[in-house]
Design a protein around this ligand. Structure first.
Ligand SMILES: NC(=O)c1ccc[n+]([C@@H]2O[C@H](COP(=O)([O-])OP(=O)(O)OC[C@H]3O[C@@H](n4cnc5c(N)ncnc54)[C@H](O)[C@@H]3O)[C@@H](O)[C@H]2O)c1
Length: 269
């Protein structure tokens, strides 16, 4: 997700500081961005000069202090509340006081994330969809303390990235994953209980419900580990057994079958 956000920001003319823990992750991100931009060149959406100018605006760094120059920060680390808490403490230390700190979290409380900073009014959810260069929605999540000014600036930024911001309030899973993840989880139950094969489940949802992609192919795209993390946030945050992660989903994550990113999930890649 981080490389997708860097991709659209750079193509929209912004300078991007792309921070990750290891150089190899940054190298992989730049390679992915380059490959994805090539697709846009092939479709005549951008030209080769536009691509190289955009790539030139991305500065990868493993040095956290490099982020001190940022005018706006967007976090897209793993979907783990503890990790995000530590990352937001660091972002709060590094960023100028006027800088907005946004999280791309799929489900974790923005209000809670904000409590790890001394600027809760300047913390907001900016939930991009996967793949970022293709999907136009940004779910803008307002925490309890998020100020009106932060909300307006973040919506304007989303629009300048040629995205459509939709504002929601801060409850587990927001709207997107409150609705999507139980459907994916139920699709996994259908496979576990032998109601249908992954191909059958996905064909039924595509042909019968007009979904562009089946729920299990989508789970593979999102990452089965991310899906499990989100179900746990729904289960813990809403306390209803209907959000219990399907045991087959947990088993596949334990086996390292994470979907596209590991080469194997409900399908093989
Ligand atoms: N996968 C999706 O479809 C999707 C969609 C929308 C939002 N999200 C959200 O985006 C975030 C990232 O998801 P992803 O699928 O890209 O995960 P990912 O595991 O593919 O990438 C996470 C990246 O964060 C880096 N990272 C981990 N800890 C870090 C730290 N302390 N400091 C800096 N970098 C660190 C990792 O090295 C890795 O490059 C999550 O919050 C997820 O819920 C994911």
């Amino acid at each position: 997700m981080g490389n997708g956000i860097a991709h659209v920001a750079a193509l929209s003319g912004f300078k991007v500081i792309l921070y990750d823990l290891e150089q190899q992750f940054l190298d992989r991100a730049i390679a992915t961005i380059s490959k994805n931009m090539d697709r846009e060149v092939a479709k005549n959406r951008i030209n080769a000069a536009g691509k190289s100018a955009a790539l030139g605006r991305i500065m990868p760094s493993v040095v956290q202090g490099a982020l001190s120059e940022a005018d706006f920060m967007i976090e897209a680390v793993v979907e783990n509340a503890e990790v995000k808490a530590r990352v937001f403490e660091a972002m709060d230390r590094i960023a100028r006081p006027d800088v907005i700190l946004a999280s791309n979290t799929s489900s974790i409380s923005i209000t809670k994330i904000a409590s790890n900073t001394k600027r809760p009014g300047k913390v907001i959810g900016m939930h991009f969809m996967n793949p970022v260069p293709v999907m136009t929605l940004v779910e803008i999540v307002r925490g309890l303390a998020t100020s009106d000014e932060t909300l307006q600036t973040t919506k304007q930024l989303a629009e300048s990235l040629k995205k459509t911001p939709v504002e929601v309030n801060d409850y587990p899973g927001f709207v997107s994953n409150r609705v999507l993840m139980p459907m994916i989880n139920e699709a996994v139950y259908c496979v576990m209980e032998g109601v249908g094969t992954p191909e059958a489940v996905d064909s039924i949802m595509k042909l019968g419900m007009n979904h562009p992609i089946g729920p299990l192919a989508l789970a593979d795209l999102i990452g089965l580990d991310v899906c499990l993390d989100i179900m746990e946030v729904l289960q813990n945050g809403l306390g209803n057994s209907k959000y219990m992660p399907c045991p087959l989903l947990r088993k596949m994550v334990d086996a390292g079958h994470l979907g596209r990113k590991s080469g194997r999930g409900f399908y093989t890649y």
